[in-house]
Ligand binder design. Structure first.
Ligand code: 6PG
Length: 244
């Protein structure tokens, strides 16, 4: 786990403003990276928090960056078919990749057919082929109320993986889909930029621990070589919802 600078905090009044701030920064990174290197690699997050961001990128920000010159990956996937309601691929495909007309050859879905272990092996081969140095230009992450990020759950053996770039995990019984494939810290910590989005009072406990410097939570242990930006809304930062 790389020691690096403390996270940059971007605090916005609500999820919409948080998402706009993240959209601005993501468009700037993709524009600059494609201009400099003719190419860009992004890993998308699952969950509900990034949906507003994805809608913005496909809408107001659709011309803000050369999105079709980027290659699109995922930070984790639930092992379900690609059209399943729980699929992170499906969520991003419908909200972002299809509206932006991203060429299919630039989209690298985590294919878990044959089970999570086979999916992790397959995805790792794709990563090593497409990202020889294992370095994403931008990784989008969320954080669970239990402190997980991607599918790196508290207490999981995946937290100690130092060699493989993607592994199979079995999440807890509370999850709708327990079998998952996730990126590991070696890849997350090589990223040139990591955005971690947290919105809502339910995320305040893990955010408060992170802001206090506690790095127990899996999400707090992400320390990329490059930029680390936590995008928070006021509710996640304070624990108070607007109505309160
Ligand atoms: C997933 C995500 C996961 C997510 C958190 C937060 O596959 O579920 O990758 O890490 O980011 O669980 O989810 P919400 O944004 O829905 O709170």
């Amino acid at each position: 786990m790389a020691e690096s600078v403390a996270p940059e905090l971007v605090v916005a009044p609500d999820l919409d403003q948080l998402s706009r701030a993240a959209a601005e920064r993501a468009a700037a990174i993709v524009s600059r990276t494609v201009a400099d290197r003719g190419h860009c690699t992004l890993a998308l997050s699952g969950g509900t928090t990034p949906r507003t961001l994805y809608a913005l990128l496909a809408g107001e920000y659709r011309l803000a960056a050369p999105w079709r010159q980027a290659e699109w990956f995922w930070g984790d996937e639930r092992c379900v078919p690609p059209d399943h309601a729980e699929s992170n691929y499906r969520a991003a495909r419908d909200a972002l990749l299809v509206p932006l007309r991203i060429p299919s050859g630039m989209v690298h879905r985590i294919d878990c057919s044959g089970g999570a272990p086979a999916g992790a092996t397959r995805y790792e081969a794709v990563l090593r082929d497409r990202l020889p140095a294992g370095r994403f230009d931008l990784v989008l992450l969320g954080v669970g109320a239990d402190g997980h990020t991607a599918s790196l759950f508290p207490g999981s053996g995946a937290l100690d993986e130092r060699e493989r770039w993607a592994v199979a995990v079995t999440g807890g019984p509370e999850l709708a889909v327990r079998e998952r494939v996730t990126l590991t810290y070696p890849v997350l910590d090589r990223a040139r930029a990591v955005f971690l989005l947290a919105a809502g009072a339910g995320k305040h406990p893990v955010v408060a621990r992170m802001l206090a410097g506690d790095r127990t939570d899996p999400a707090a242990r992400v320390r990329p070589d490059g930029a680390l930006v936590w995008f928070l809304d006021e509710a996640a930062r304070t624990g108070r919802t607007a109505a309160a």
